[in-house]
Design a protein around this ligand. Sequence first.
Ligand SMILES: CC(C)(COP(=O)(O)OP(=O)(O)OC[C@H]1O[C@@H](n2cnc3c(N)ncnc32)[C@H](O)[C@@H]1OP(=O)(O)O)[C@@H](O)C(=O)NCCC(=O)NCCS
Length: 321
Amino acid sequence: MKYSQIIGTGGYLPEKILTNFDLEKIMDTSHQWIVERTGIHQRHIAAANETALTMAEQAARAALSTANISPADIGMIIIATTTPEKIFPSTACLLQQRLGIAGCPAFDLNSIACAGFVYALSIADQFIRQGAINNALVIGSEVMSRIVDWNDRTTAVLFGDGAGAVLLSSTEKPGILSTHLHADGTHKDVLFLDNTMRKPTALDTELYMQMNGKQLFKLSVNILGQLFDETLAANHLQKSDIDWLVPHQANIRIIEAMAKKLDLPMDRVAITLNEQGNTSAASIPLALDKAIRDQRIKRGDTLMLEGFGGGLAWGSALIKY
Ligand SMILES: CC(C)(COP(=O)(O)OP(=O)(O)OC[C@H]1O[C@@H](n2cnc3c(N)ncnc32)[C@H](O)[C@@H]1OP(=O)(O)O)[C@@H](O)C(=O)NCCC(=O)NCCS
């Protein structure tokens, strides 16, 4: 039986850091409010010449280098991003050109927002399990700073920019054990961004992401609890079998509630939220990369990944690392 194994990870964060204290100077907010309500202390902001593509390339090259494989060995590129380089061609096609590996399938998942990475991981996993490809590059890359309204303190303080990449490779021994994807379009108004391309005279509010934070908070805690039960049951595992939670980084209170659901202490949760804010589709691979690089996550550990966001869309991956 074939599995997908993570053989390399990489991350990229823009150099510029925007702290809560910096935000205090440009909007009516405070470091204390942001830390207490979200857990975020700072976020990285892309420079004018940085895009989802340039950051994805940095993360991809770091993952290739840790995996010690050549770009020519990649059989598929998927980039999860709500902030793509262009409407088309896909950011993945543009990255493929930069890596000089014409031929393999390359595409973006553009509208799955913060759940985009687990969706992308799941798709790549299906192709590897089928035996259609041997290696896949799965990336989350986001320039959230270009779609948040910097005049809206309820959203602007939450997000950051960055990219994370994972290289999956075909193996015979267990790697990704299962993935579980869901969506519920009845919650379409909880978090969305209009397509202003279709509106020549767009209102300011239509140019930026809109969010009902309170509703999203309640929905996410509820659906993620059920998602954990589903994921564990599908693998005949108990909570005690999970070594690490690698969550989407939206709010520390949501993450703490999720750790509690798994009976995991917080030192078994990969957290980057305090330093990076919510980087949407990039948050899970960035958290994974950090915990692997500083050797907290070790080979053989069992990891629960979870993501949720606009759609509503949500999903998990259970991984034997
Ligand atoms: C956004 C979020 C942090 C807000 O926290 P909250 O505890 O629900 O706070 P509320 O929205 O009730 O706001 C409480 C007060 O703080 C104010 N406030 C909002 N943002 C503020 C900010 N940045 N600084 C200071 N005050 C702020 C509100 O105006 C409100 O004031 P009021 O009581 O006078 O009306 C929280 O709801 C959240 O994280 N939700 C989930 C969001 C999420 O996951 N998004 C990404 C999904 S991928």
